[in-house]
Design a protein around this ligand. Structure first.
Ligand code: GDP
Length: 341
């Protein structure tokens, strides 16, 4: 990388990014993620070149989704558990977030508060606020690509945080190896806004804030969840989901969670599910990527842009059925492509 490039990334080539990433340079990694998040066509192209070159260096991490209702203690947990992994177990941790709601609030779950102060200064931790994206699909895609860049930079543990009440959990489940759901003591999951589907998705339920006068409440909540988990159908990964208590404040229960993560990896690596799941996730990601590209290709075409408003007006005026209007747009699109050749 030349001297000029090290100051400004404006004229960086794909190799400049890749060299920095493979060196584990966190500033370059941060800039590469910004590139991946950009929607400008020239940035998209460069980002894809960077990703392609990084691809052989990806995949060597444990990817964990962390979700739970607002206020349950996700960032406190990530701070405490992340510090344990980095300081106590020599892990290199990257924390990413999927937060489509940030478009509405204008803030982001990782960016708006001063969060994870201890972890933020750890040389072996990298924390990245959620990107502001136009759609969940777009945001999830950026997170997936950012995760690959973090792996290429040598991070062996990835946490992906979500708010735990919306559809973003399905997107996260589609890119992680393990799913942790944090819950509050003393409130049913419905009261916490957690959908049953999310509980079923989890590999581990942790009742957080099991400290002070909430210990007993947390213990009884844990028991209820453990019973409920046994009623769910068996998971294809061969792992029986567990329920535990923990406290991000005192650190109680965190070592047990780490132990469970190791047990889990032993099970799913032993029975082949780990790699199978990664392959299945790639297939799904490819399908959704293709859908997004087709969508973008269609709606960003000049011909379609010009005709869309009139087509809609014709439908609203009752002159065309929605199917007729859609078909005529498709015909127009086909013709515009043919005329380009
Ligand atoms: P998030 O919205 O899920 O990220 O939750 P935060 O990590 O911001 O925590 C919400 C509040 O709960 C903060 O005031 C934390 O200090 C507090 N908190 C988080 N974890 C614990 C815990 O284990 N015990 C107690 N007593 N408080 C906690």
């Amino acid at each position: 990388m030349n001297k000029k490039a090290s100051i400004s990334s404006k004229n960086w080539s794909a190799n400049d990014y890749v060299e920095g990433i493979l060196r584990g340079d966190r500033v370059v990694l941060g800039r590469a993620i910004t590139l991946v998040e950009s929607s400008r066509p020239e940035h998209r192209e460069l980002a894809q070149q960077v990703l392609e070159k990084c691809l052989p260096h990806t995949g060597n991490s444990f990817r964990m989704g962390i979700t739970g209702p607002p206020g349950v203690g996700k960032s406190s947990f990530i701070e405490a558990f992340g510090s344990l992994l980095v300081q106590g177990h020599g892990r290199k941790l990257a924390v990413l977030a999927i937060d489509p709601s940030s478009q509405v609030s204008g803030g982001s779950i990782l960016g708006d508060k001063t969060r994870m102060e201890k972890l933020g200064v750890e040389p072996n931790a990298f924390i990245r606020p959620s990107p502001a994206g136009s759609s969940l699909g777009g945001v999830a895609n950026c997170t997936h690509e950012s995760m690959l860049l973090c792996e290429a930079a040598g991070f062996d543990t990835i946490f992906i945080e979500t708010v735990g009440v919306g559809q973003s959990e399905t997107a996260v489940a589609g890119m992680v190896d393990f799913f942790l759901l944090l819950l509050l003591p003393g409130a049913g999951d419905e009261l916490q806004g957690i959908k049953r589907g999310i509980v079923e998705m989890a590999d581990l339920l942790a009742v957080n804030k099991a400290d002070g006068d909430r210990i007993e409440l947390a213990k009884s909540a844990r028991k209820d969840y453990a019973l409920a988990l046994h009623l769910f159908p068996e998971k294809p990964n061969g792992w029986q989901p567990k329920a535990v208590t923990c406290s991000a404040m005192t650190g109680d229960g965190l070592a047990e969670i780490w132990k469970l993560l190791s047990d889990y990896q032993e099970v799913v690596k032993g029975n082949g599910w780990f790699l199978e799941n990664r392959k299945a996730q790639l297939g799904t990601w490819f399908a959704s990527q293709l859908e997004q590209s087709v969508h973008r290709f269609f709606f960003e075409s000049t011909e379609i842009k010009a005709e869309l408003v009139e087509s809609k007006a014709a439908v609203l005026a009752g002159k065309l059925t929605p199917a007729q209007a859609a078909n005529s747009l498709i015909d127009l699109f086909k013709k515009s492509i043919e005329s380009r050749h």
